[in-house]
Design a protein around this ligand. Structure first.
Ligand code: PHE
Ligand code: CO
Length: 297
């Protein structure tokens, strides 16, 4: 990594544990300063993931990634991607140092700006790192912003985040779980089979295979309130994945005002990450093989 020391402004105790939170400054992508190693890490991860994702990621994701002109050749330039993205859906990428304070993040999304971490992981971190980097943000999140319905969902989520933030921490936790189980770890039922659309999965080789092919995790039909009650894993593969039929379903289900839903959910217990409830639409009941008993957040 060619970076200077990240300007961490605080550690924040969130439901993800202690996470570093960075300066809110928007940073111009220092493209000329990426090293040969940085470009090689991008190329290696890009080629490895594309190989795994053909037939596993949603067609929408793969087509959009090609349409944007992302290639293994070099780390993409944000300004070149922005020309394509603005024309397609009006979204734009902005460079940031890393995770933003929640309200800043929501405000960017509400204005169709997607924050992308400018630095890329080191060759020693190909398989795992604890915080999002350029590969996760750009390869994982950005392609679906080309899809008009998903693009609107992300903006609506940002607006919903500003609102939930004002309501209080429990509402925010409910909304964060929705993000986790859709934007980060969502699966979609395509005509020819189950596919991945979540960014946290598409940027991970191991989880891309595990989420579809392992017997261990639950695969359950999308259910908004159920998801908002469900705890999740930050340090292991997910115990449960939720499956949507289409991005339109996601948009329609999340269109109503969440205020009364937050009030109702405040009276209910949270659901452990691996639980299956009698009311669930079960596509696959997980064997639970390899699950750790504690550590749901
Ligand atoms: N309808 C939600 C609300 O009232 C906003 C939202 C839309 C949240 C889409 C997430 C996704 O708060
Ligand atoms: Co992410």
């Amino acid at each position: 990594m060619t970076t200077s020391t990240p300007q961490r402004i605080e550690n924040q105790l969130t439901d993800k544990g202690y996470v570093p939170v960075y300066t809110t400054a928007v940073i111009e992508q220092p493209w000329e300063r990426y090293s040969a190693t940085d470009h090689a890490v991008w190329a290696q991860l890009f080629e490895r993931q594309r190989e795994v994702l053909v037939g596993r990621a949603s067609d929408e994701f793969l087509l959009a990634q090609d349409a944007m002109g992302m290639t293994p050749h070099a780390i993409p330039r944000f300004d070149e991607l922005n020309a394509v993205l603005r024309a397609a859906t009006g979204w734009e990428l902005i460079g940031v140092q890393g995770l933003l304070p929640e309200l800043d993040f929501f405000d960017h999304l509400a204005h169709r700006r997607f924050p992308v971490t400018w630095w890329i992981r080191s060759p020693e971190q190909l398989d795992y790192l604890a915080e999002p980097d350029l590969f996760h943000d750009l390869f994982g999140h950005v392609p679906l912003l080309m899809n008009p319905v998903f693009a609107d969902y992300m903006q609506a989520y940002g607006r919903g985040g500003v609102k939930a933030h004002a309501i209080g921490p429990d509402a925010l936790q409910n909304l964060t779980r929705l993000y986790w189980y859709t934007v980060e770890f969502g699966l979609i039922q395509q005509n020819d089979g189950l596919r991945i659309y979540g960014s946290g999965i598409v940027s991970s080789k191991g989880e891309s295979i595990h989420c579809l092919e392992s017997d261990a995790p639950n695969r359950l039909g999308f259910d908004l309130e159920r998801i908002m009650r469900t705890r999740y894993r930050i340090d292991t593969y997910q115990k449960t994945y939720f499956v949507i039929d289409s991005f339109e379903q996601l948009m329609d289900a999340t269109a109503p005002d969440f205020t009364p839903i937050y009030a109702k959910l405040a009276q209910l217990e949270s659901v452990p990450a691996g639980a299956v409830l009698p009311t669930d639409a079960v596509l696959h009941r997980g064997s639970g093989a390899g699950w750790l008993n504690d550590g749901d957040v």
